[in-house]
Design a protein around this ligand. Structure first.
Ligand code: ADP
Length: 189
């Protein structure tokens, strides 16, 4: 079993890298952002609950998010582990995750932090807004998401550093370069 957390600010490339890694490692990407967007698009109860938070760039309440992750990790394709992208995002979510994984007989094996300069992030997200039209890729919401990352998510790096297994990766190199560094970090533990 391998549970790997991909961490990093909005626009760092977590989703891109998770998609590449899932094939290589044979465990699925579990992206809370993608799961919420799927629910939003299909207008489910969960989607309705998450909508206002997502559009504002704020965190969806923990009980909603944790329940969604619990369901996802119970599915057949996640029995050998998962690449967690966008979860956990707060200390409370990190506690919930370790409880959840211990119920499943696993634990967090690696925490990979992808690092990119603030300026570069904003450029990437504004470009993505043009290409994909994600509603939360506008300047005001981007600013909120960056603040939420700094306040709620970045402190988690220290939380996991105390427990070991954290690797910092420079996310400003090419996609292939970043990918091979991530693979190297995973394989060297
Ligand atoms: P980003 O590019 O900002 O990292 P994501 O696609 O991961 O964006 O998430 C988009 C939005 O979905 C977030 O701004 C938030 O509203 C919601 N979301 C995603 N993951 C979580 C989470 N773990 N806890 C709470 N809300 C979340």
């Amino acid at each position: 079993m391998a549970y790997i957390i991909l961490m990093g600010p909005p626009g760092a490339g977590k989703g891109t890298q998770a998609k590449l890694l899932q094939e290589r490692l044979g465990i699925p990407q579990v992206s809370t952002g993608d799961l919420f967007r799927y629910n939003l698009k299909n207008n489910t109860e969960l989607g309705k609950l998450a909508k206002s938070y997502m559009e504002a760039g704020e965190l969806v309440p923990d009980e909603v998010t944790v329940a969604m992750v619990r369901d996802r990790l119970a599915q057949d394709d996640a029995q050998a582990g998962a690449l967690l992208d966008g979860f956990p995002r707060s200390p409370a979510q990190a506690d919930a995750l370790s409880e959840l994984l211990s119920e499943l007989g696993g634990s967090v094996n690696h925490v990979l932090v992808i690092e990119v300069d603030q300026e570069e992030l904003i450029q990437r997200l504004l470009k993505r807004a043009e290409l994909e039209g994600r509603k939360d890729d506008n300047e005001e919401t981007i600013r909120t998401r960056m603040r939420v990352y700094k306040e709620s998510t970045a402190p988690l790096i220290a939380y996991y550093e105390e427990r070991g297994n954290v690797t910092h990766i420079d996310g400003q190199e090419s996609i292939e370069e970043v990918n091979s560094k991530l693979v190297e970090a995973i394989e060297s533990h």
